[in-house]
Design a protein around this ligand. Structure first.
Ligand code: H79
Length: 446
Protein backbone atom coordinates (compact mmCIF):
# COMPACT_ATOMS: atom_id res chain seq x y z
CA UNK A 1 0.00 0.00 0.00
CA UNK A 2 1.32 3.37 -1.07
CA UNK A 3 1.46 6.00 1.70
CA UNK A 4 1.04 9.59 0.54
CA UNK A 5 4.31 11.44 0.94
CA UNK A 6 4.36 14.64 2.96
CA UNK A 7 6.04 17.49 1.16
CA UNK A 8 8.07 19.08 3.93
CA UNK A 9 9.11 21.89 1.62
CA UNK A 10 5.53 23.18 1.75
CA UNK A 11 4.51 23.32 5.39
CA UNK A 12 1.56 25.35 6.64
CA UNK A 13 2.28 28.28 8.97
CA UNK A 14 0.34 26.53 11.69
CA UNK A 15 2.44 23.35 11.49
CA UNK A 16 5.62 25.40 11.29
CA UNK A 17 4.69 27.44 14.39
CA UNK A 18 3.89 24.26 16.33
CA UNK A 19 7.22 22.66 15.37
CA UNK A 20 9.22 25.80 16.24
CA UNK A 21 7.51 26.55 19.54
CA UNK A 22 9.97 25.03 22.02
CA UNK A 23 12.92 26.50 20.11
CA UNK A 24 11.41 29.99 19.99
CA UNK A 25 10.69 29.87 23.72
CA UNK A 26 14.15 28.55 24.60
CA UNK A 27 16.14 31.67 23.57
CA UNK A 28 19.49 30.53 24.95
CA UNK A 29 21.60 27.52 23.96
CA UNK A 30 25.13 26.19 24.18
CA UNK A 31 27.24 25.59 21.09
CA UNK A 32 30.05 23.07 21.61
CA UNK A 33 32.97 22.84 19.20
CA UNK A 34 34.90 19.78 20.17
CA UNK A 35 36.99 17.43 18.13
CA UNK A 36 40.49 16.51 16.96
CA UNK A 37 41.47 20.20 16.62
CA UNK A 38 41.25 20.48 20.41
CA UNK A 39 44.43 18.35 20.57
CA UNK A 40 46.82 20.74 18.71
CA UNK A 41 44.78 23.59 20.28
CA UNK A 42 46.15 26.20 17.88
CA UNK A 43 49.77 25.03 17.75
CA UNK A 44 51.38 22.94 14.96
CA UNK A 45 55.07 21.96 14.89
CA UNK A 46 55.68 24.35 17.76
CA UNK A 47 54.27 27.26 15.80
CA UNK A 48 51.18 29.24 16.54
CA UNK A 49 48.62 28.88 13.74
CA UNK A 50 46.55 32.02 13.19
CA UNK A 51 42.76 31.96 13.01
CA UNK A 52 39.91 29.91 14.46
CA UNK A 53 41.14 26.74 16.18
CA UNK A 54 38.90 24.19 14.45
CA UNK A 55 40.36 25.35 11.12
CA UNK A 56 43.95 24.43 12.08
CA UNK A 57 44.10 21.62 9.51
CA UNK A 58 43.42 24.09 6.71
CA UNK A 59 45.14 27.19 8.11
CA UNK A 60 48.26 25.23 9.11
CA UNK A 61 48.26 23.27 5.81
CA UNK A 62 48.36 20.01 7.73
CA UNK A 63 48.23 16.94 5.45
CA UNK A 64 45.50 14.37 6.17
CA UNK A 65 47.97 11.71 7.46
CA UNK A 66 49.57 14.22 9.82
CA UNK A 67 46.26 15.43 11.15
CA UNK A 68 45.15 11.84 11.76
CA UNK A 69 47.99 11.53 14.30
CA UNK A 70 46.22 14.09 16.49
CA UNK A 71 43.08 11.95 16.32
CA UNK A 72 45.11 8.95 17.51
CA UNK A 73 46.06 11.01 20.59
CA UNK A 74 42.58 12.32 21.38
CA UNK A 75 41.98 10.96 24.87
CA UNK A 76 39.64 13.20 26.92
CA UNK A 77 39.88 11.31 30.21
CA UNK A 78 38.23 14.15 32.13
CA UNK A 79 35.10 14.19 29.96
CA UNK A 80 31.96 14.04 32.10
CA UNK A 81 28.73 14.46 30.17
CA UNK A 82 26.66 15.02 33.30
CA UNK A 83 28.98 17.78 34.41
CA UNK A 84 28.58 19.50 31.02
CA UNK A 85 24.80 19.18 31.16
CA UNK A 86 24.81 20.67 34.66
CA UNK A 87 26.87 23.62 33.43
CA UNK A 88 24.28 24.25 30.70
CA UNK A 89 21.41 23.94 33.13
CA UNK A 90 22.98 26.25 35.68
CA UNK A 91 23.66 28.82 32.94
CA UNK A 92 19.98 28.86 32.01
CA UNK A 93 20.60 27.27 28.64
CA UNK A 94 17.73 25.25 27.21
CA UNK A 95 19.43 23.41 24.36
CA UNK A 96 22.81 22.36 23.06
CA UNK A 97 24.34 21.99 19.61
CA UNK A 98 27.51 19.86 19.56
CA UNK A 99 29.78 19.13 16.59
CA UNK A 100 28.92 15.59 15.50
CA UNK A 101 31.37 16.23 12.65
CA UNK A 102 33.25 19.43 11.82
CA UNK A 103 35.04 20.20 8.54
CA UNK A 104 37.91 17.88 9.49
CA UNK A 105 35.55 14.91 8.99
CA UNK A 106 36.11 13.29 12.38
CA UNK A 107 32.99 11.74 13.95
CA UNK A 108 32.34 12.25 17.65
CA UNK A 109 30.09 9.19 17.79
CA UNK A 110 30.49 5.50 16.96
CA UNK A 111 29.66 5.51 13.25
CA UNK A 112 29.35 2.26 11.37
CA UNK A 113 30.17 4.13 8.15
CA UNK A 114 33.60 5.27 9.26
CA UNK A 115 36.61 4.19 11.28
CA UNK A 116 37.56 7.83 11.67
CA UNK A 117 35.50 8.24 14.81
CA UNK A 118 35.78 8.54 18.57
CA UNK A 119 35.25 4.84 19.28
CA UNK A 120 37.25 3.18 16.49
CA UNK A 121 40.13 5.63 16.13
CA UNK A 122 41.02 7.06 19.55
CA UNK A 123 42.38 5.55 22.77
CA UNK A 124 39.28 6.91 24.53
CA UNK A 125 36.87 4.55 22.72
CA UNK A 126 33.76 6.14 24.23
CA UNK A 127 30.77 7.45 22.28
CA UNK A 128 30.59 11.15 23.17
CA UNK A 129 27.19 11.80 21.58
CA UNK A 130 25.63 8.84 23.34
CA UNK A 131 26.79 10.04 26.74
CA UNK A 132 25.98 13.69 26.16
CA UNK A 133 22.54 13.11 24.63
CA UNK A 134 21.62 10.90 27.62
CA UNK A 135 22.92 13.45 30.15
CA UNK A 136 21.00 16.25 28.43
CA UNK A 137 17.80 14.25 28.46
CA UNK A 138 18.22 13.83 32.21
CA UNK A 139 18.63 17.58 32.72
CA UNK A 140 15.80 18.54 30.35
CA UNK A 141 18.15 20.13 27.80
CA UNK A 142 17.17 19.71 24.13
CA UNK A 143 19.91 18.01 22.16
CA UNK A 144 21.12 19.02 18.70
CA UNK A 145 24.08 18.55 16.41
CA UNK A 146 26.28 20.66 14.17
CA UNK A 147 27.20 18.75 11.01
CA UNK A 148 29.60 19.91 8.33
CA UNK A 149 28.68 19.26 4.71
CA UNK A 150 32.23 20.05 3.62
CA UNK A 151 34.55 17.21 4.66
CA UNK A 152 38.34 17.38 4.47
CA UNK A 153 38.86 13.70 5.18
CA UNK A 154 36.41 11.47 3.33
CA UNK A 155 37.99 10.16 0.08
CA UNK A 156 35.06 11.17 -2.10
CA UNK A 157 34.50 14.54 -0.44
CA UNK A 158 38.21 15.52 -0.65
CA UNK A 159 40.51 12.64 0.04
CA UNK A 160 43.95 12.99 -1.46
CA UNK A 161 42.86 16.11 -3.30
CA UNK A 162 42.45 18.03 -0.04
CA UNK A 163 42.34 21.07 0.12
CA UNK A 164 41.55 21.61 -3.55
CA UNK A 165 37.75 21.73 -3.32
CA UNK A 166 37.19 23.99 -0.32
CA UNK A 167 37.00 27.41 -1.85
CA UNK A 168 34.13 29.29 -3.43
CA UNK A 169 35.87 28.84 -6.81
CA UNK A 170 33.12 27.46 -9.06
CA UNK A 171 35.67 26.09 -11.52
CA UNK A 172 36.71 23.58 -8.83
CA UNK A 173 33.76 21.24 -8.57
CA UNK A 174 34.48 17.83 -7.08
CA UNK A 175 32.82 15.30 -9.43
CA UNK A 176 32.66 12.66 -6.67
CA UNK A 177 30.80 14.87 -4.21
CA UNK A 178 27.28 13.55 -5.05
CA UNK A 179 28.54 10.03 -4.24
CA UNK A 180 29.74 11.22 -0.84
CA UNK A 181 26.39 12.89 -0.16
CA UNK A 182 24.31 9.84 -1.08
CA UNK A 183 26.49 7.05 0.29
CA UNK A 184 28.14 8.67 3.28
CA UNK A 185 26.69 11.94 4.50
CA UNK A 186 23.02 10.91 4.32
CA UNK A 187 23.60 7.47 5.91
CA UNK A 188 25.60 9.09 8.73
CA UNK A 189 22.83 11.60 9.34
CA UNK A 190 20.25 8.81 9.39
CA UNK A 191 22.42 7.00 11.92
CA UNK A 192 22.60 10.16 14.07
CA UNK A 193 18.83 10.63 14.00
CA UNK A 194 18.11 6.98 14.79
CA UNK A 195 20.69 6.62 17.55
CA UNK A 196 20.70 9.99 19.30
CA UNK A 197 17.30 11.49 18.53
CA UNK A 198 18.40 15.12 17.97
CA UNK A 199 15.85 17.96 18.05
CA UNK A 200 18.00 20.23 15.87
CA UNK A 201 20.42 19.69 13.00
CA UNK A 202 22.76 22.60 12.40
CA UNK A 203 24.54 22.40 9.05
CA UNK A 204 27.61 24.33 7.92
CA UNK A 205 30.25 24.14 5.16
CA UNK A 206 27.49 24.34 2.55
CA UNK A 207 29.26 27.01 0.48
CA UNK A 208 31.51 24.69 -1.52
CA UNK A 209 30.44 24.77 -5.19
CA UNK A 210 29.89 20.98 -5.44
CA UNK A 211 26.99 21.26 -2.97
CA UNK A 212 23.89 22.57 -4.74
CA UNK A 213 20.51 24.11 -3.94
CA UNK A 214 18.85 20.92 -5.25
CA UNK A 215 20.91 18.81 -2.85
CA UNK A 216 19.80 21.12 -0.04
CA UNK A 217 16.10 20.68 -0.83
CA UNK A 218 16.55 16.93 -1.10
CA UNK A 219 18.48 16.69 2.18
CA UNK A 220 15.90 18.76 4.06
CA UNK A 221 13.05 16.54 2.83
CA UNK A 222 15.04 13.38 3.59
CA UNK A 223 15.75 14.42 7.20
CA UNK A 224 12.20 15.56 7.97
CA UNK A 225 10.90 12.24 6.65
CA UNK A 226 13.17 10.51 9.13
CA UNK A 227 12.04 12.79 11.97
CA UNK A 228 9.19 15.21 11.18
CA UNK A 229 9.71 17.39 14.28
CA UNK A 230 13.36 18.12 13.44
CA UNK A 231 14.43 21.76 13.27
CA UNK A 232 17.07 22.41 10.60
CA UNK A 233 19.09 25.60 10.07
CA UNK A 234 19.29 27.46 6.76
CA UNK A 235 22.81 26.24 5.98
CA UNK A 236 21.23 23.02 4.76
CA UNK A 237 20.72 25.09 1.59
CA UNK A 238 22.69 27.73 -0.30
CA UNK A 239 20.77 30.88 0.62
CA UNK A 240 22.67 32.58 3.40
CA UNK A 241 24.38 35.88 2.80
CA UNK A 242 27.83 35.38 4.31
CA UNK A 243 28.26 35.86 8.04
CA UNK A 244 25.09 37.98 8.24
CA UNK A 245 23.49 34.57 7.89
CA UNK A 246 19.97 35.33 6.67
CA UNK A 247 18.58 33.89 3.44
CA UNK A 248 18.67 36.09 0.35
CA UNK A 249 15.53 34.61 -1.18
CA UNK A 250 12.39 32.65 -0.17
CA UNK A 251 13.24 29.82 -2.52
CA UNK A 252 15.88 28.61 -0.06
CA UNK A 253 14.87 26.10 2.60
CA UNK A 254 15.81 26.03 6.30
CA UNK A 255 13.91 26.82 9.49
CA UNK A 256 16.01 29.66 10.81
CA UNK A 257 18.68 32.14 9.76
CA UNK A 258 22.19 31.91 11.19
CA UNK A 259 24.06 35.17 11.82
CA UNK A 260 27.60 34.20 12.83
CA UNK A 261 29.59 36.37 15.25
CA UNK A 262 27.03 39.12 14.78
CA UNK A 263 23.59 40.23 15.89
CA UNK A 264 20.97 41.65 13.54
CA UNK A 265 20.56 45.43 13.72
CA UNK A 266 16.81 45.10 14.16
CA UNK A 267 14.03 42.53 14.08
CA UNK A 268 13.36 40.11 11.20
CA UNK A 269 10.29 38.48 9.67
CA UNK A 270 11.77 35.01 10.03
CA UNK A 271 13.33 32.98 12.83
CA UNK A 272 17.01 33.43 13.50
CA UNK A 273 19.76 32.51 15.90
CA UNK A 274 23.05 34.34 16.49
CA UNK A 275 25.95 32.02 17.20
CA UNK A 276 28.90 33.63 18.94
CA UNK A 277 32.13 32.81 20.72
CA UNK A 278 33.24 34.05 24.16
CA UNK A 279 36.80 34.56 22.94
CA UNK A 280 38.09 34.53 19.33
CA UNK A 281 37.84 30.84 18.52
CA UNK A 282 35.22 28.07 18.39
CA UNK A 283 37.52 25.10 18.95
CA UNK A 284 39.86 25.33 21.96
CA UNK A 285 43.11 27.30 21.49
CA UNK A 286 45.71 27.30 24.27
CA UNK A 287 46.70 30.89 23.62
CA UNK A 288 43.36 32.59 23.07
CA UNK A 289 42.60 34.60 26.20
CA UNK A 290 40.58 37.37 24.61
CA UNK A 291 37.45 36.77 26.68
CA UNK A 292 34.38 38.98 26.47
CA UNK A 293 33.10 40.18 29.85
CA UNK A 294 30.00 38.52 31.28
CA UNK A 295 28.30 41.94 31.03
CA UNK A 296 28.77 41.91 27.27
CA UNK A 297 27.41 38.38 26.98
CA UNK A 298 24.33 39.32 29.03
CA UNK A 299 23.81 42.37 26.86
CA UNK A 300 24.04 40.18 23.75
CA UNK A 301 21.49 37.73 25.10
CA UNK A 302 19.04 40.55 25.89
CA UNK A 303 19.74 42.27 22.57
CA UNK A 304 19.07 39.07 20.61
CA UNK A 305 15.91 38.23 22.60
CA UNK A 306 14.56 41.78 22.14
CA UNK A 307 14.98 41.37 18.40
CA UNK A 308 13.20 38.01 18.38
CA UNK A 309 16.22 35.74 17.96
CA UNK A 310 18.00 33.00 19.88
CA UNK A 311 21.51 33.21 21.31
CA UNK A 312 23.77 30.21 20.75
CA UNK A 313 26.87 30.77 22.86
CA UNK A 314 29.95 28.66 22.21
CA UNK A 315 32.35 26.76 24.42
CA UNK A 316 35.44 24.95 23.16
CA UNK A 317 36.40 22.17 25.59
CA UNK A 318 40.03 21.09 25.93
CA UNK A 319 41.46 17.82 24.60
CA UNK A 320 41.10 16.48 28.16
CA UNK A 321 37.37 17.16 28.11
CA UNK A 322 37.24 20.26 30.29
CA UNK A 323 35.13 23.33 29.50
CA UNK A 324 37.62 26.18 30.06
CA UNK A 325 37.33 27.88 33.46
CA UNK A 326 36.85 31.40 31.98
CA UNK A 327 33.85 30.04 30.03
CA UNK A 328 32.35 28.39 33.09
CA UNK A 329 32.78 31.57 35.14
CA UNK A 330 30.92 33.59 32.53
CA UNK A 331 28.15 31.02 32.25
CA UNK A 332 27.78 31.08 36.02
CA UNK A 333 27.23 34.86 35.94
CA UNK A 334 24.72 34.57 33.12
CA UNK A 335 22.87 31.87 35.04
CA UNK A 336 22.79 34.04 38.17
CA UNK A 337 21.39 36.93 36.14
CA UNK A 338 18.80 34.68 34.49
CA UNK A 339 17.62 33.29 37.82
CA UNK A 340 16.35 36.79 38.60
CA UNK A 341 15.57 38.06 35.12
CA UNK A 342 14.78 34.92 33.11
CA UNK A 343 11.07 35.71 32.90
CA UNK A 344 12.03 38.60 30.62
CA UNK A 345 13.92 36.25 28.27
CA UNK A 346 12.18 32.88 27.99
CA UNK A 347 8.81 32.65 26.21
CA UNK A 348 8.97 36.23 25.06
CA UNK A 349 8.64 37.97 21.72
CA UNK A 350 10.05 40.99 19.97
CA UNK A 351 8.54 44.42 19.61
CA UNK A 352 8.91 45.51 16.03
CA UNK A 353 11.37 48.30 16.32
CA UNK A 354 14.89 49.11 15.30
CA UNK A 355 17.55 49.94 17.82
CA UNK A 356 20.09 52.67 17.50
CA UNK A 357 23.70 51.94 18.22
CA UNK A 358 24.51 52.84 21.81
CA UNK A 359 20.89 52.81 22.96
CA UNK A 360 20.71 51.63 26.57
CA UNK A 361 17.29 49.98 26.65
CA UNK A 362 15.81 46.81 25.22
CA UNK A 363 12.04 46.17 25.08
CA UNK A 364 10.66 42.63 25.23
CA UNK A 365 7.07 41.40 25.41
CA UNK A 366 5.79 38.33 27.24
CA UNK A 367 4.11 36.03 24.74
CA UNK A 368 0.31 36.20 24.73
CA UNK A 369 0.25 38.56 27.70
CA UNK A 370 0.15 42.32 28.20
CA UNK A 371 3.44 42.26 30.04
CA UNK A 372 6.42 44.25 28.86
CA UNK A 373 9.97 44.07 30.08
CA UNK A 374 12.48 46.82 29.63
CA UNK A 375 16.12 46.00 30.31
CA UNK A 376 18.22 49.02 31.21
CA UNK A 377 21.96 48.92 30.70
CA UNK A 378 22.35 52.34 32.21
CA UNK A 379 22.68 51.59 35.90
CA UNK A 380 23.92 55.01 36.90
CA UNK A 381 20.85 57.14 36.13
CA UNK A 382 18.54 58.12 39.04
CA UNK A 383 15.63 58.62 36.76
CA UNK A 384 15.01 56.88 33.50
CA UNK A 385 12.63 57.59 30.63
CA UNK A 386 11.06 54.75 28.70
CA UNK A 387 9.23 55.95 25.64
CA UNK A 388 7.78 52.85 24.05
CA UNK A 389 5.51 51.39 26.70
CA UNK A 390 2.42 52.69 28.47
CA UNK A 391 1.54 51.20 31.88
CA UNK A 392 -2.06 50.13 32.48
CA UNK A 393 -3.98 52.49 34.74
CA UNK A 394 -3.02 52.09 38.41
CA UNK A 395 -0.66 49.22 37.66
CA UNK A 396 2.56 48.70 39.58
CA UNK A 397 5.94 48.67 37.95
CA UNK A 398 8.39 46.15 39.36
CA UNK A 399 12.13 45.94 39.10
CA UNK A 400 13.03 42.24 38.90
CA UNK A 401 15.04 41.15 41.93
CA UNK A 402 13.78 44.11 43.98
CA UNK A 403 10.63 43.24 45.79
CA UNK A 404 8.85 46.58 46.15
CA UNK A 405 6.94 48.48 43.45
CA UNK A 406 8.81 51.53 42.25
CA UNK A 407 7.60 55.10 41.76
CA UNK A 408 6.80 56.36 38.28
CA UNK A 409 4.87 58.94 36.35
CA UNK A 410 3.25 58.59 32.96
CA UNK A 411 1.60 61.05 30.63
CA UNK A 412 0.69 60.74 26.97
CA UNK A 413 2.88 63.71 26.22
CA UNK A 414 5.96 62.96 28.33
CA UNK A 415 5.82 59.18 28.37
CA UNK A 416 7.03 57.03 31.23
CA UNK A 417 9.47 58.23 33.82
CA UNK A 418 10.81 55.87 36.49
CA UNK A 419 12.42 56.82 39.76
CA UNK A 420 15.23 54.49 40.81
CA UNK A 421 15.32 53.95 44.57
CA UNK A 422 18.83 54.31 46.00
CA UNK A 423 18.48 51.11 47.95
CA UNK A 424 17.70 49.14 44.79
CA UNK A 425 20.88 50.48 43.31
CA UNK A 426 22.86 49.03 46.15
CA UNK A 427 21.08 45.67 46.13
CA UNK A 428 21.35 45.19 42.41
CA UNK A 429 24.76 46.74 41.97
CA UNK A 430 26.17 43.51 40.59
CA UNK A 431 23.57 43.22 37.86
CA UNK A 432 24.64 44.33 34.39
CA UNK A 433 21.06 44.96 33.31
CA UNK A 434 18.09 46.02 35.37
CA UNK A 435 14.78 44.73 34.12
CA UNK A 436 11.51 46.58 34.67
CA UNK A 437 8.26 44.66 34.43
CA UNK A 438 5.38 46.74 33.16
CA UNK A 439 1.78 45.68 32.65
CA UNK A 440 0.31 47.72 29.85
CA UNK A 441 0.60 48.23 26.14
CA UNK A 442 3.04 49.34 23.52
CA UNK A 443 3.24 53.10 23.00
CA UNK A 444 3.75 53.91 19.37
CA UNK A 445 5.51 57.19 18.75
CA UNK A 446 6.07 58.44 15.24
O1 H79 B 1 31.97 26.15 13.05
C1 H79 B 1 32.37 27.49 13.15
C2 H79 B 1 33.39 27.83 12.12
O2 H79 B 1 34.42 26.86 12.04
C3 H79 B 1 32.59 27.88 10.83
N1 H79 B 1 31.26 28.32 11.29
C4 H79 B 1 31.26 28.43 12.73
C5 H79 B 1 29.92 28.13 13.32
C6 H79 B 1 33.25 28.84 9.96
N2 H79 B 1 33.44 30.10 10.28
N3 H79 B 1 34.11 30.68 9.34
N4 H79 B 1 34.33 29.81 8.45
C7 H79 B 1 33.81 28.64 8.77
C8 H79 B 1 35.11 30.14 7.31
C9 H79 B 1 34.28 30.28 6.11
C10 H79 B 1 34.54 31.31 5.32
C11 H79 B 1 33.99 31.50 4.05
FE1 H79 B 1 32.21 32.18 3.45
C12 H79 B 1 33.36 30.54 3.25
C13 H79 B 1 34.18 32.69 3.34
C14 H79 B 1 33.62 32.47 2.05
C15 H79 B 1 33.13 31.13 2.01
C16 H79 B 1 30.71 31.64 4.64
C17 H79 B 1 30.22 31.85 3.35
C18 H79 B 1 31.27 32.84 5.09
C19 H79 B 1 31.12 33.76 4.08
C20 H79 B 1 30.48 33.16 3.00
Amino acid sequence: EEIAKVDYLKESDKDFDARMKWWRDAKFGMFIHWGVYSVPAGIYNGEEVKGIGEWIMEKGKIPVEEYEKFAKKFNPVDFDAREWAKIMKQAGMKYVIITSKHHDGFALWDSKYSEYDMVDYTPFKRDILKELSAACKEEGISFGMYHSIMDWHHPQAQGKKYPKYNSLDSTLINPEFPEYVEHYMKPQLKELIENYDPEVLWFDGEWIPAYTHEMGLDLYQYLRELKPSLIINNRVDKGRQGYQGMNSDDKYIGDFGTPEQEILAGTADVDWESCMTMNDTWGFKTNDHNWKDAEVLIFNLVDVAAKGGNYLLNVGPTAEGIIPVPSVERLQKMGDWLKINGEAIYETEKLDRNYKEGENFRYIKKKEESIYYVASFDNTAENIKLNYVKPAKDSEIMLLGYNKPIAYTFSDIDGLSIELPKEAKINLAESSAWVFKIIGEERIIE
